[in-house]
Design a protein around this ligand. Sequence first.
Ligand SMILES: Nc1ncnc2c1ncn2[C@@H]1O[C@H](COP(=O)(O)OP(=O)(O)OP(=O)(O)O)[C@@H](O)[C@H]1O
Length: 256
Amino acid sequence: MNLNLDQISISYGKTKILSDITTGSLQKGNVIALLGSNGAGKSTLVKALAGLVPYQGKASLGDLEFAQMTQEQRLALIGYVPQTLPQASSLLAYEVVKSAANSLLKSQSVSAMEEAIEEVFQKLKISHLALLPMHKLSGGQKQMVSLAQAIVRQPELYLLDEPTSALDLNWQIQVLETVRNEVKKNQSTAVLVCHDINLALRYCDHILLLNQGQLLSSGLPKECLTPDTLAKAYQVSARVETCSLGRPMILVDHAL
Ligand SMILES: Nc1ncnc2c1ncn2[C@@H]1O[C@H](COP(=O)(O)OP(=O)(O)OP(=O)(O)O)[C@@H](O)[C@H]1O
């Protein structure tokens, strides 16, 4: 389902955080990076789509307006991974993922559901964590379990708020490759909040760059991330160069 944001504005009380965010139709099958400096409003926008913060304007997934979605539709369509890590508890990682799968896979047999859960643990290469209690997991391991909760539900829309912030280099790559594969295979959509512009350049199809409460730039990563937009959004002097493998990457020369 295509994602479409039309004149979205969001305020906390009297403080306006985002104004008139209009993206046009963002095609399904794409990973969309939501970028911007600290406090630019990325999490706020994602929370609004997850139904946690009210917004003005129109935001739709396919024909469905987010504001009109029932809780059941939201659960079925959206896989939200918040910035905060899952709480430490005595539940096993497997049980935590199963609780996410339970609500949606009711129609499936128990064995099909167990198969789906095991498949997600394997995809993310975290099978060794399945029988560990959450309070014994590291921050990065908890983040992987959180992502497994979203993937097991096979949502139409992933809302991933800095899903790699606690991960080492190897797991960052594994997570982004898994998300990208899922999105391409199921023709779903992912909105990925991230601060690592090189990861966005490598794994995302489309960039939304927020600055001072507005959408500064929207489009293909290489077209969107220019010295000019990077200077405006991040106050840095930076260039997008091509590495020896032909991939674009950002080099920051200095802060402005
Ligand atoms: N519950 C809230 N009540 C009032 N203001 C809030 C609330 N949550 C966030 N804000 C403010 O909204 C602005 C945007 O915050 P948000 O968390 O969306 O930014 P962000 O782009 O995700 O930042 P970061 O990259 O640091 O995570 C900030 O100025 C923040 O202080």
